[in-house]
Design a protein around this ligand. Structure first.
Ligand code: GDP
Ligand code: MG
Length: 196
């Protein structure tokens, strides 16, 4: 069913996974080196801190069913933003296929923070009429002495973006579980408001 999800129209395509719970495609985007793949590896359970199994559906694609607030939701996490061979095509594609996005920057790298704004604008252009759940992620929060972007700036940026904000450390696994639970809650909120 992965193929099917790959080729399907993006927005309202909530297809049931094998476990019967709805699944959503969550796409990691952001500047090189900010920690996207490290976050994806935690999601994949390489350093297992989450309490469910993960299927690796292919290079850069991970599936996991998360129990959040007593309800299970399957997330397919895509970490293909920096796929080297067909970069431009991949990035356009990424902008189309996500049901939700994690826009990641590093708190130690102001350029990556500025890039996050560009990506938000790009995403808005690509998906004009849709209200897509997004979390702005300030990663590497463990590197306190190298901080270039304050928490307040991150938060203010998320207000402008009209999205959620969280600081994480993939290195020490701080707030990573909360991040993935957060995106599950965001997709559910959008889903529930659509049903009304
Ligand atoms: P990507 O290019 O966005 O996929 O970034 P990577 O996940 O490959 O990470 C780039 C580098 O940053 C690697 O050396 C990681 O070990 C390191 N890194 C990722 N997340 C963190 C973090 O939260 N804290 C610290 N100190 N290093 C991190
Ligand atoms: Mg990577």
């Amino acid at each position: 069913y992965y193929r099917r999800s790959w080729s399907s129209e993006s927005s309202d395509s909530v297809i049931s996974s094998e476990s019967g719970s709805p699944y959503y495609r969550v796409v990691l985007i952001g500047e090189h080196g900010v920690g996207k793949s490290t976050l994806a590896n935690i999601f994949a359970g390489v350093h297992d801190s989450m309490d469910s199994d993960c299927d690796v559906l292919g290079e850069d694609t991970y599936e996991r069913t998360l129990m959040v607030d007593g309800e299970s939701t399957t997330i397919i996490l895509l970490d293909m933003w920096e796929n080297k061979s067909e970069n431009e095509w991949i990035q356009d594609h990424c902008m189309q296929i996500g049901d939700a996005y994690l826009i990641v920057y590093s708190i130690t790298d102001r350029v990556s923070f500025e890039k996050a704004s560009e990506l938000r604008i790009q995403l808005r252009k690509a998906r004009q009429t849709e209200d897509i759940p997004i979390i702005l992620v300030g990663n590497k929060s463990d590197l306190v002495r190298c901080r270039e972007v304050s928490v307040a700036e991150g938060r203010a940026c998320a207000v402008v973006f009209d999205c959620k904000f969280i600081e994480t450390s993939a290195a020490v696994q701080h707030n990573v579980k909360e991040l993935f639970e957060g995106i599950v809650r965001q997709v559910r909120l959008r889903r529930d408001s659509k049903e009304k």
